[in-house]
Design a protein around this ligand. Structure first.
Ligand code: HDE
Length: 721
């Protein structure tokens, strides 16, 4: 570093308080860290290693003297090719991105543990499912399917729910979704599905949306997708939080016990926070207000110590019981109703640690359906078999090396050893002379273990080789209908509204009319209501169905979100819109009641600096009005003074804030002074509007908000077709 004048480093950190976020201390905004700052000749600020900091080096360990200026011939001269510091830094940057996942590109992850509470030792030798009292380390990655890595979190989309358990007998990955069935029955159709839903290749849009021609073109011609489409159009695909959705292993697997006996099993994750979704219009607006809504939510919940949890449930059934089902359990477009095979809760998953680095962990984690420990085995589901091939294959093109299992997030946490050698980026000790078995030279190397090693269940197999779909897979409509009939009226309305929204974005009339014909195979009234909402006048012609929908299947309440009861407010956010001069006592009571309910209060003010309350105290804002729209909160309260309300009436953002909360069916509390704002926003008194007058109104408001949304309001704010 040539001649650089030393400036006075500002060390106000001593006097200004530090800001603390998730355990990390940052200097207060007005200070620079107390290291040496040096100004270069061009006025640029250098921060040099002056104290205990390590010296910055190249990746080869050469100390770097100047990280702000490239090497030039003279101060204004051309840059020189010999500048290896510049070249290495930019070369590495240029190669920072790795191929994103072809599907499930946008993800968020967290570490945690799985604790088994009810041993399945009678069914499986797998330690993770038989040793209670052990905390198995876990990494979970949630994702959307269709969008690219930079897309928004609240796309209407299926959510991935992939769990990697680092068991003492190797990694076990349950690579599931938040929906228990899938679009297709045979792996060979997966590329078609993915191509149909992704952005259309000739125009590069729409991003992260199924509401376009190619998706519905393919769906309209694919009757096996109809059951999944009912789920996709339901509120399941717009979850309030990944913390509030179920997870499913989807396929049947096998458990194998010490006697070698096999039992079929399906895996279910049920959130302790209960299931909850947003409403569609809210999803659209959240995507603009905070495209990172879900990842921020999970990150903050874990950082705040509100660790999300799920119960692991299993459905266990024998080959003989399976033969009695009125569907084929090897068909991934079918589920086993909980009323037919009840869920047995066997343990709990807790997410308690955010990744240190999203790239190293969430981006590089490699899930594989074929990762199962001894004691767990596969069923013959043809979709699962295709996946077992695909997930190993895809890691090579994403992570670029056969040694991707050596990346810490993918490495087992139990001993592992074999005779595989070399390959790109090999980092393990490779042993010495002998890299094979059997060997007399070195009998000490890793050897197979017939007793404890993985053994495939010896299921008998016979039959001619043929490209064929089993006739037992042919009923595509009965469970689609059963799902629709199991929904509450509100949820049925949402499915119909979602179909109308999606099909209204389709440009080609034949796709719309064919799709209506498929819906008619599920339920004539469903098809008619969608047609009415589309303004479709021609008669609906059902598409030929291989097997007609059964109308005698009983509704399964477990398939409805709302039938599961009130969501509660724990882990949710209460938005408080507060103005200057507002009642300090009311704000205090609201904050206290929200915290007591396990919720997080957030203060929204005209200016983020905060407001002065009626007792002269100052309340800091978490959001400025325009940056904190009500869609970000589960329930809202307006605590305003007369003057504050007058000022808000001149702010479109305040009127929209209030109107949105009403339109999104939220419980709204407000002081009497805020009434003109409620009027301007078109808020009409109903069971969900609470006046904040008496001392205990805050607690009553929070209790009501814990019951969930005011569904009875919906027909007043939106047409129900
Ligand atoms: Fe996937 N899937 N998939 N999938 N899938 C991938 O694997 C694939 C399927 C699921 O957070 C990819 O590592 C095929 C069903 C999740 O990293 C890829 C078939 C279900 C994730 C792939 C399926 C899923 C993936 C992309 C049909 C629900 C994200 C990158 C045979 C049970 C995992 C990668 C994560 C990811 C292929 C069907 C869920 C391309 C060929 C059914 C949750 O390999």
């Amino acid at each position: 570093m040539a001649t650089k004048a030393k400036t006075t480093a500002r060390t106000t950190a001593k006097t200004a308080p530090a800001r603390r976020t998730n355990g990390v201390s940052y200097p207060a905004a007005s200070s620079l860290p107390a290291a040496d700052f040096v100004t270069g000749e061009g006025g640029e600020l250098h921060q040099v290693a002056a104290g205990n900091q390590p010296v910055m080096t190249t990746n080869h360990g050469v100390p770097i003297g100047d990280d702000h200026n490239s090497l030039k011939a003279g101060p204004r001269g051309p840059t020189l090719l010999e500048d290896f510091v510049l070249r290495e830094k930019i070369w590495h940057f240029d190669h920072e991105r790795i191929p994103e996942r072809a599907v499930h590109a946008r993800g968020l992850g967290a570490h945690g543990r799985f604790e088994l509470t009810d041993s399945l030792a009678d069914y499986t030798t797998a330690k993770v499912l038989s040793d209670t009292g052990v905390a198995t380390p876990v990494f979970v990655r949630f994702s959307t399917v269709a969008g690219n890595r930079g897309s928004a979190d609240l796309a209407r989309d299926v959510r991935g729910f992939a769990v990697k358990m680092y068991t003492p007998e190797g990694n076990w990955d349950i690579v599931g979704n938040n929906i228990p069935v899938f679009f297709i029955q045979d792996a060979i159709k997966f590329p078609d599905l993915a191509h149909a839903v992704k952005e259309e290749p000739d125009r590069g849009f729409p991003q992260a949306a199924s509401a376009h021609d190619t998706f519905w073109d393919w769906i309209a011609c694919t009757p096996e997708a109809m059951h999944m489409v009912m789920w996709q159009m339901s509120d399941r695909t717009i979850p309030r939080s990944v913390r509030m959705m179920q997870g499913f292993g989807v396929h049947s697997f096998r458990l194998i016990n010490a006697e070698g006996a096999s039992t079929f099993v399906k895996f279910h994750w049920t959130p302790v926070a209960n299931l909850q979704s947003v409403v569609w219009d809210e999803a659209l607006k959240i995507n603009g207000a905070d495209p990172d809504f879900h990842r921020r939510d999970l990150y903050n919940a874990i950082a705040d110590g509100k660790h999300p949890q799920w119960d692991l449930g299993v459905q266990l059934f024998t080959e003989e019981e399976a033969a009695g089902f009125d569907f084929d359990h090897l068909d991934a477009t079918k589920l086993i109703p909980e009323e037919v095979v009840p869920l047995r809760t066997i343990g709990r998953l807790t997410l308690d640690r955010n990744p240190d680095n999203v790239f190293s962990e969430t981006e590089q984690v490699a899930f594989m359906t074929q990762n199962v420990p001894p004691g767990i085995d596969f069923s013959d589901d043809p979709l699962l078999h295709g996946r077992n091939f695909s997930y190993l294959d895809t890691q090579l093109s994403r992570l670029g090396s056969t040694n991707f299992t050596q990346i810490p997030i993918n490495a087992p946490k139990c001993p592992f050893a074999n005779m595989q050698r070399d390959g790109h980026m090999q980092t393990l000790p490779q042993g010495t002379r002998v890299a094979y078995t059997p060997s007399l030279i070195d009998p000490s190397g890793p050897r197979e273990d017939p007793a404890r090693g993985f053994r495939t269940f010896p299921a008998a197999v016979e039959g001619p080789k043929a490209r064929v779909r089993s006739a037992t897979f042919a009923d595509h409509f009965s469970q689609a209908r059963q799902f629709f009939m199991s929904q509450t009226e509100t949820e049925q309305n949402h499915i119909i509204a979602a179909l109308i929204f999606e099909l209204s974005k389709v440009e080609l009339p034949i796709i719309r009319s064919t799709m209506l014909g498929q819906l008619a195979n599920i339920d004539a009234e469903l098809a008619e209501r969608v047609a009415s909402g589309l303004g479709h006048r021609a008669p609906i012609e059902p598409v030929a169905a291989a097997v007609k929908a059964r109308t005698d299947l009983p509704p399964s309440p477990a398939l409805s979100i709302l039938a599961r009861g009130a969501p509660g407010l724990a882990g949710r956010q209460v938005g408080l819109l507060v103005t200057d001069g507002a009642s300090s006592a009311t704000v205090g009571a609201l904050i206290e009641a929200a915290v007591a309910a396990g919720a997080t209060p957030k203060v929204i003010c005209p200016k983020v600096g905060g407001v002065d309350l009626d007792d002269g105290s100052h309340l800091r804002g978490d959001f400025q009005l325009a940056g904190g729209p009500s869609v970000l909160f589960d329930t809202v309260a307006i605590v305003a003074s007369d003057d504050g309300t007058t000022a808000l009436l001149g702010e479109a953002a305040a009127v929209a804030w209030t109107h949105s909360a009403f339109e999104h069916l939220k419980v709204i509390a407000a002081t009497a002074e805020a009434q003109p704002l409620l009027d301007a926003a078109g808020v009409k008194a109903d069971a969900g509007i609470v006046e904040l007058a008496a001392a205990n109104d805050a607690a009553a408001f929070v209790a009501l908000a814990g019951e969930g949304r005011i569904w009875a309001r919906e027909p007043m704010v939106r047409t129900v077709y």
